[in-house]
Design a protein around this ligand. Structure first.
Ligand code: CAA
Length: 297
């Protein structure tokens, strides 16, 4: 099946990135949010990013106008009725997602491909909330979506080979690389990344180095674009805590358990960049201050 029209549900960080990339890649795209305010906010973020691409010369004025025409916003799920592919990027909550798919499923074309951008909720559980498990798969994008070139394509026991192949071709048309994975917690990237990041917290607690030394060590010593604490603040400490818990519940190995410090930061509302404080204080976002310099963790 050739994917022509794309629907995205959720216009937050991930949904807005996916919708932007789909529209830039030539797909008529509709992005649906729960209400007008959230929709306007998400679309304004996309507009800003597109303008930056024009300023940098990565998008011509003509292409920019065409992208704006291809990209529509809405607040009604019925607006997704004609889409060949619908990618859900709503809040990362298993109950919410299953409830959402039960509502959306009957509004879609029977042959529409149903995909979730979840990083941690079971694809199998969501697909069972639909009437078409064979047309369901995971499409896990990475943040920031316009920059990161990987998509994890998650096949379940039920996903049709033809559906999977359509998703591979679509991913390629977005200029991204698909890796094939199965429906296990963390898929590939988070299964490896999250234990590494939480281990950095343990290294900090054991006194291996300060936040800035550990970040500097991994940036310069391994050529990572961000050190582990900067990256955790970027991902969001609540998201980190959530994924670590899911991995621990599945594998029951201490190395997957979220460290106490991560839990305390989340309870205290220090969620990273988005809340202004995490392992760093972003009072001045241009020069974040590591928290271990100013207070005991
Ligand atoms: N949206 C769009 N473009 C962005 C962007 C954003 N949010 N942030 C940065 N960019 C673009 C910039 O415009 C710039 O583009 P050009 O090269 O064309 O000018 C380019 O990215 C580089 O940006 P900067 O020079 O500002 O900064 P940088 O070189 O430090 O790169 C970064 C920023 C791309 C975020 C880089 O630090 C990076 O790759 N970090 C690691 C990100 C990562 O690991 N993401 C995965 C998180 S895990 C995840 O998503 C999975 C999960 O389920 C939790």
């Amino acid at each position: 099946m050739d994917i022509r029209e794309v629907g995205v549900v959720g216009c937050g960080l991930m949904g807005s990135g996916i919708a932007q990339v789909a529209a830039v890649s030539g797909f008529p795209t509709i992005v649906v949010e729960a209400n007008r305010e959230l929709s306007d906010r998400g679309m304004a973020n996309i507009a800003k990013r597109l303008e930056r691409l024009v300023e940098k010369g990565s998008l011509s004025a003509g292409e920019h106008a065409a992208v704006r025409q291809r990209l529509r916003a809405g607040t009604e799920l019925s607006q997704l009725a004609q889409c060949d592919l619908v990618i859900e990027a709503i809040t990362e909550d298993a109950e919410e997602k299953c409830k959402f798919w039960r509502t959306l499923d009957p509004l879609l074309r029977p042959d529409a491909i149903r995909a979730s951008n979840t990083s941690s909720v079971s694809i199998t559980r969501m697909m069972m909330a639909t009437s078409r498990p064979e047309r369901f798969l995971g499409m896990h994008f990475f943040n920031p979506v316009p920059v990161m070139t990987l998509v994890e394509l998650v096949k379940t026991l039920a996903t049709d080979a033809e559906v999977y192949e359509s998703a591979v071709r679509f991913t390629q048309k977005l200029g991204k690389t698909a890796v094939h994975t199965t429906d296990r917690p963390g898929f590939i990237v988070n299964r490896l990344l999250v234990p590494y990041l939480t281990d950095a917290i343990r290294a900090l607690e054991e006194g291996a180095g300060s936040i800035s030394d550990i970040d500097c060590a991994m940036k310069l010593g391994c050529n990572h674009p961000m050190g582990p604490f900067v990256l955790m603040d970027y991902i969001g400490l609540d998201t980190m805590y959530f994924i670590a818990n899911i991995l621990f519940e599945e594998f029951r190995e201490p190395r997957f358990a979220p460290p106490g410090l991560l839990k305390r930061l989340v309870i205290a509302g220090r969620l990273g960049r988005k809340s202004g404080k995490g392992f760093y204080d972003y009072f001045d976002p241009a020069s974040p201050v590591p928290l271990d310099q100013s207070e005991r963790l």
